[in-house]
Design a binder for this molecule. Structure first.
Ligand code: MF3
Ligand code: CO
Ligand code: CO
Length: 313
């Protein structure tokens, strides 16, 4: 079911006239086979409606994916600029001796001062304004009394709501002088995101993204966390679709212009398995190995993608 819909949508995107539908000789007044819920004559038969309009309906109806319009993208980009400025500010403060709670204060105060809201605060009971994940912590680390030590790696994951729009990005930083293992895992995680961004374009699928990450990271002898995925974003923190960081080319939802989602590979130096601590949030590697992550929010464009939380990889 899902896959035939994907085929239809891919076809629809590549050719404004929906030949799949035409081939079935559907009656003008019967429901459109694309699943939009409209009459065929008001949907795929109607050449006056733009491809954009039809895609928007098909994605909403079939996948609950809300494609974004120009004005939405502009607003998410503003939120994204604030996220990047927040990460830049954090970067200037990272040093041995800093506590993870001090990072929380930096992020919280800066966000509020700019008239925005830190999305993690009280999100499904999360008690702080940012996720701070040190060394073997994969993600969702809760800021607290932990003191950063020389040689640590620390991921800071910032999600900001500005004028009702969400943007989400993270980076992994070195604390003081990195040890070789830390250099490796941070390099592989950064490169994983970079390589996956390169396959973001209309007609490719979320499977291309997962494939790009998995084949590279595993080729480097690292592993990919499977329990957490990238996600649609913009109107809400986590929207459909899920964007797994593993998979095969051509699998899953087809990328189309106006899709906004995150890619956020979590890469472990050892095995992929994780464990959740008693706080019900903190995800750590089961084998205690280092884990690193980079995340950006992107929009699919007519020819590829644009990062809405752009920073150099
Ligand atoms: N920012 C994380 C992500 O990339 C989600 C954090 S959920 C929270 O999806 F509640 F822990 F903040
Ligand atoms: Co995030
Ligand atoms: Co995210």
């Amino acid at each position: 079911m899902l896959y035939s819909n994907v085929d239809l949508v891919t076809f629809e995107f590549k050719k404004p006239r929906c030949e799949v539908v035409v081939a079935k000789k559907v009656k003008r007044n019967s429901p459109c086979p694309c699943g939009s819920g409209l009459k065929y004559k008001k949907c795929c038969l109607d050449e006056t409606r733009s491809v954009d309009q039809r895609l928007k309906e098909i994605y909403a109806k079939n996948f609950s994916i809300r494609l974004k319009e120009k004005a939405d993208i502009k607003a998410i980009k503003r939120a994204g600029q604030l996220v990047v400025r927040t990460l830049d500010l954090v970067e200037t403060k990272i040093r041995p001796g800093l506590t993870t709670d001090e990072i929380n204060t930096i992020v919280h105060d800066f966000t509020i001062k700019r008239g925005a809201i830190p999305a993690p605060l009280n999100y499904r009971g999360f008690p702080k304004s940012v996720c701070v994940s040190v060394n073997e912590v994969i993600c969702h680390g809760i800021p607290g009394e932990r003191v950063l030590q020389d040689g640590d790696i620390v991921n800071v994951d910032v999600t900001t709501i500005l004028n009702g729009y969400y943007a989400d990005a993270n980076k992994t930083y070195f604390v003081g002088t990195p040890i070789p293992k830390a250099e490796k895992i941070v390099r592989v995680a950064r490169e994983s995101l970079k390589l996956s961004l390169a396959v973001v374009k209309p007609g490719n699928t979320v499977g291309h993204i997962g494939w790009a990450i998995q084949q590279y990271a595993e080729g480097e002898g690292c592993s990919v966390v499977e329990e957490f995925t990238g996600h649609g974003i913009g109107f809400d923190f986590h929207e459909p679709p899920q964007v797994p960081h593993f998979g095969r080319k051509g699998e899953g939802i087809t990328l189309v212009p106006g899709m906004v989602f995150t890619i956020e590979p979590m890469i472990n130096l050892g095995k992929k398995e994780l464990r959740i601590l008693d706080d019900n949030w903190t995800a750590v590697t089961r084998d205690g190995s280092l884990s690193a992550q980079f995340e950006q929010t992107v929009v699919v464009t007519d020819s590829g993608y644009e990062s809405l939380t752009p920073y150099e990889l």
